[in-house]
Design a protein around this ligand. Structure first.
Ligand SMILES: C[S@@+](CC[C@H](N)C(=O)[O-])C[C@H]1O[C@@H](n2cnc3c(N)ncnc32)[C@H](O)[C@@H]1O
Length: 747
C-alpha cells in the first residue's frame, strides 16, 4: 500500500532473476563439504581489508547504489530444545544445507562489519573458520560492546550457503537460532576463557558485575549477570534488588514482557515496593496497556504522594488513556512533534472507534462499521506497531529481494521486518496478535523454546509484504504538495520510502470505490469515513489509488497483493470493448495537449470533454468517470480565474459529480433558501478540497449563502484527506490569490 514495488521494473527484475539463478546454481553444490577454498589467513585478511574499505567508503548518495537485502528461500527456525541438539564442527558442515538437530559452538575472531547483516569471521574449537552472517539483529550488536572479538555464540541448526562472491558463510535469519554465550557460561571451553570464574563468586559479585554492565549500557550482559545473581542463592533482599535491576535493564532494552514478569514477582513478596510499582507502570505503558498502567500509578500516587517522577508518568499515562477511550487528540501538536522527532515515533495512544473485524464473503476478513457513521468521522487513529523512517535522501534505502514471493521493493521494508522481528522476539505476548495477519504460510507452531521466543523471520517478511503501508511524514504536507501541482508530489505519493505496520488498518480490504481514507502524522495512522456509512458496512480504502496514474489505465494493478479488484468501476472497465478504451485514451491525450497550450481554447476543450463523456454509458453516480474529473476541475479553475463564475460553478459541480458525488442545491441560478447538500459522497482525493474552494469562491459573488456551505464541505473534505482540520485555515483561505484558496505560502 503505497510501497515502492519494483518487481516489474526491468532494472530490478534483473536483480531478482540473478538471485534466483544464484539459488539454482547453489542447488548443484547442495550437500558438498563446506571446506573454504581459501586458507584461514586469507579469509581473515580478506575480511579485514574489506572492512577497512567499507569504513572508508562514503554513504552512497546515488539511488543506484541501493543496498540489496536478499531473502533466501524460507526455512523454519529451530524448535528443538538445546539439550536435543548435537555439536557439529565447521569442517563437517555441508553447503546449502540446514543442519537440523545440530549446533555450532563458535567464537568471533574479528570485529564485526555491518551491511545488511552483522558479519564476522568465527572459529570453532579446533580453529576452523568461516564467515558468520547474522540477519535482523539490532544495530547495537555491531557496537564495540556487544559483539567484540572473542564473543562466544551458539548457532542452532546452522545453514551454510554459498554467498554472491562464491565464498561460504553461515547465515542466520531467525533471532532465536543464535545465542550469545556469556564468558562465565559452562558451555565456554576453558581455552576460550579470559579468566576462570572463581568458585567463590557469589550473588553479590554477580550483582556488582551486572551493575557494571548496566552502567556501560550493555543491557544484555547486565541481564545475564542479574540472572546469575538469582541462581546464586541470594539473600531475600538481594533477590529483590536483582529482580528490580533486571527489570530496569529489560525496560531499557525494550523487553517489556520480561520486565513485567520480574516486577510482578517482586510485588508478590513486597506488595508496596515503589520501584516495582513504578517499573510495572512503565512496562504496561510501553505495552500500550494504559488502563493497567494508570491503575498501578493510582496505587503509587496514594502510597507515595511525594514521588514527582511517578506523578509525571501518571499524567502521561492518563493522557494516553483519554486518547484511547475518546479518540480526542491534539492533532496540531502531533504535527509539530512529527516534524521535530527523528524518527517521528509519537507518544500517543491508539483509539479504535466504531469498527469491528469480521469475515467477508469473498476476500478473507475485513473491517466493518459497528454503527452508522458520517463522512469525516474518525474510524480509528492507530499508533504503528512498527515504523521504519526514511529521511528523504537516497542513503539508507534498500532493495528488498524476496525470491519466494517474486517481489522486489525499494524503501525501508527490510528495516521494518527487522524492527518487527526484534519487537516480537523481545515481547512474545505480542506474537499471537501479529501472526494473525494475512500472509500466513505453514510455519512452526512453537512460540517458545528454552524460554526463548521463536519468531519466524520469513513469516514476518510475508506479513510485512502484504500488510505494510508506505507513508509520508505528515499527510498535510503531501496534500499541499499535490495541490501546488508539485511534480515530485505524485512520485512521492506513490513511492513513500518510510513505511510501517498498523494492525487494525491491515484488516481493511481494497476497493477502487473506497469509502474511507488513511492519512498520517508521523507513525500515527488516521482513518476516517469518506462517505456516510450505515452499520455493518465493509470499510475499504485504496491500496493503490485509481486516481494517481492515468485514468485510462484502469483497473489498477494489484498483483502485489495477489488479487484483482471486483468493484463496479473495475467490472465496468473489464466489460468495455477495447475500441471504447482506445477512444477514451486517445481523447484523454488530446485533452491534455489542449490544456498545455499557452492560450486555453475553452470551446474546443468543452467539445473534447463531451466526446470523452460519450465513452461512458453508466451514470457517474454508479460508475465514476475518472477520466473526466481533472479536466472538469481544470476548466472550473480556468473560468473562476477569468471571472466567468457561472461556468466555474457548473464545471466545479460536474467535476465532483464525475467522482460519484450527488449534490443538491448547488446550481446557479440559486433557488433561495435551498441549502447546498451532498446527498451522496463520491471518491475522495486531494483535489476535492480545491474543487469545493473554487465553488466557495464563485458562490461568494453568485449566491453568498452557499459560499460558507461550500467552505464547510471543503473543510470536511480536508479533514478526510489530511486526518485533521485544525490546520485548515493555515492551508486555505477564501481571500487567497488562488481560486482554490490554497495559501501559496502554506508549508
Ligand atoms: C491487508 S490484507 C486485508 C485483510 C485480509 N482480507 C485478511 O483476511 O486479513 C490484504 C489481502 O486481502 C485480500 N484482499 C484485499 N482486498 C481485496 C479485494 N478487493 N478483493 C479480493 N481480495 C482482497 C488480498 O488477499 C490481499 O492480499
Amino acid at each position: 500500500m503505497d510501497t515502492h514495488d519494483v518487481s516489474h521494473v526491468p532494472e530490478y527484475l534483473r536483480y531478482l532473476q540473478v538471485q534466483k539463478q544464484n539459488l539454482t546454481n547453489a542447488k548443484a553444490v547442495k550437500g558438498h563439504p563446506a571446506i573454504p577454498k581459501k586458507s584461514k589467513d586469507e579469509i581473515l585478511m580478506q575480511f579485514m581489508s574489506r572492512r577497512m574499505q567499507l569504513m572508508r567508503m562514503e554513504t552512497p548518495a546515488n539511488p543506484v547504489n541501493l543496498q540489496a537485502s536478499f531473502l533466501p528461500h524460507a526455512y523454519p527456525p529451530c524448535v528443538r530444545p538445546f539439550s536435543a541438539l548435537k555439536k557439529v564442527m565447521i569442517d563437517s558442515l555441508c553447503l546449502e544445507t540446514h543442519h537440523r538437530g545440530r549446533y555450532l559452538l563458535l567464537r568471533t575472531v574479528t570485529p564485526t562489519d555491518t551491511l545488511t547483516s552483522v558479519m564476522a569471521i568465527v572459529e570453532d574449537e579446533v580453529g576452523s573458520v568461516l564467515m558468520l552472517l547474522l540477519y535482523n539483529q539490532e544495530q547495537e550488536l555491531s557496537g564495540a560492546q556487544s559483539l567484540r572479538e572473542g564473543t562466544v555464540l551458539v548457532v542452532k541448526e546452522p545453514y551454510v550457503k554459498v554467498m554472491a562472491d562464491g565464498d561460504y558463510g553461515i547465515r542466520v535469519d531467525h533471532l532465536s537460532d543464535v545465542w550469545f554465550i556469556p564468558e562465565f557460561d559452562d558451555l565456554v571451553p576453558l581455552s576460550w576463557r579470559e579468566r576462570v570464574t572463581q568458585a567463590d563468586e557469589n550473588a553479590s559479585t554477580w550483582k556488582a558485575k551486572g551493575n557494571e554492565h548496566f552502567d556501560r549500557g550493555d543491557h544484555r550482559s547486565a541481564i545475564q549477570c542479574y540472572s546469575k545473581t538469582l541462581e546464586a542463592h541470594p539473600s531475600p533482599e538481594l533477590l529483590v534488588i536483582a529482580q528490580l535491576n533486571r527489570a530496569l535493564s529489560c525496560l531499557k532494552s525494550d523487553r517489556f514482557d520480561a520486565a513485567l514478569r520480574d516486577v510482578e514477582s517482586v510485588l508478590q513478596v513486597s506488595e508496596l515496593s515503589a520501584k516495582a510499582l513504578f517499573r510495572k507502570a512503565q512496562a504496561l505503558y510501553q505495552l500500550q496497556r494504559f488502563k493497567e498502567s494508570c491503575e498501578t500509578h493510582a496505587i503509587l500516587a496514594e502510597k507515595f504522594p511525594g514521588n514527582t517522577m511517578a506523578a509525571h508518568e501518571n499524567a502521561r499515562a492518563s493522557a494516553r488513556l483519554v486518547e484511547q477511550d475518546s479518540g480526542k487528540y491534539d492533532f496540531r501538536k502531533m504535527i509539530l512533534e512529527a516534524n521535530t522527532l527523528q524518527p517521528p515515533r509519537l507518544d500517543h495512544a491508539t483509539y479504535i472507534g466504531p469498527v469491528t473485524v469480521k469475515q467477508t464473503r469473498s476476500h478473507g476478513r475485513g473491517l466493518f462499521t459497528a454503527e452508522a457513521v458520517k463522512a469525516g468521522d474518525l474510524l480509528f487513529c492507530e499508533k504503528a506497531f512498527a515504523h521504519a523512517f526514511h529521511k528523504g535522501n537516497a542513503s539508507g534505502l534498500r532493495l528488498l529481494l524476496n525470491v519466494d514471493m517474486d517481489k522486489a521493493t525499494i524503501g525501508t521494508q527490510a528495516e521494518l521486518i527487522e524492527l518487527i522481528v526484534q519487537k516480537l522476539y523481545k515481547n512474545p505476548s505480542l506474537l499471537p496478535g501479529f501472526v494473525d495477519h494475512h500472509g500466513k504460510y505453514k510455519s512452526v507452531d512453537v512460540l517458545e523454546v528454552d524460554s526463548i521466543a521463536v519468531v519466524d523471520t520469513f513469516l514476518v517478511g510475508r506479513i510485512v509484504l502484504l500488510n505494510s503501508f508506505g507513508c509520508p511524514l505528515v499527510s498535510r504536507e503531501s496534500h499541499i504538495r499535490s495541490m501546488k501541482g508539485d511534480d515530485t508530489a505524485k512520485k512521492a505519493n506513490e513511492q513513500f520510502h518510510s513505511c510501517g505496520f498498523w494492525s487494525m488498518a491491515s484488516y481493511i480490504n481494497h476497493s477502487c470505490l473506497s469509502n474511507a481514507r488513511r492519512s498520517f502524522i508521523g507513525d500515527m495512522m488516521i482513518v476516517r469515513a469518506s462517505r456516510d456509512l450505515p452499520p455493518e458496512t465493509e470499510i475499504t480504502f485504496w491500496y493503490k489509488s485509481p486516481m494517481n496514474g492515468d485514468p485510462t489505465e484502469l483497473p489498477v494493478d494489484l498483483q502485489h497483493w495477489g488479487f484483482k479488484c471486483d468493484c463496479t468501476l473495475c467490472q465496468d472497465i473489464r466489460s468495455l470493448k477495447p475500441s471504447v478504451l482506445l477512444d477514451r485514451s486517445r481523447i484523454s491525450a488530446d485533452l491534455q495537449r489542449l490544456f498545455k497550450r499557452p492560450k486555453i481554447n475553452s470551446r474546443k476543450i468543452e467539445d473534447t470533454i463531451s466526446s470523452l463523456a460519450g465513452t461512458y454509458c453508466r451514470p457517474a453516480s454508479e460508475v465514476p468517470r475518472l477520466a473526466l474529473y481533472s479536466s472538469y476541475l481544470s476548466l472550473a479553475a480556468f473560468y473562476a480565474s477569468s471571472g466567468n463564475l457561472r461556468e466555474a460553478v457548473k464545471f466545479g459541480l460536474m467535476s465532483l459529480e464525475s467522482l460519484g458525488f450527488v449534490i443538491e442545491g448547488g446550481n446557479i441560478p440559486h433557488v433561495s433558501d435551498a441549502p447546498l447538500v451532498v446527498q451522496t459522497w463520491g471518491l475522495m482525493n486531494d483535489g476535492v478540497v480545491g474543487c469545493w474552494m473554487i465553488l466557495c469562491f464563485a458562490y461568494r459573488e453568485l449566491a453568498s449563502p452557499l459560499a460558507s456551505q461550500a467552505g464547510g464541505y471543503a473543510k470536511l473534505s480536508y479533514r478526510i484527506c489530511v486526518g485533521e482540520d485544525g490546520t485548515f485555515d493555515q492551508t486555505y483561505d477564501r481571500l487567497s490569490n488562488r481560486v482554490d484558496g490554497l495559501l501559496t505560502t502554506a508549508k
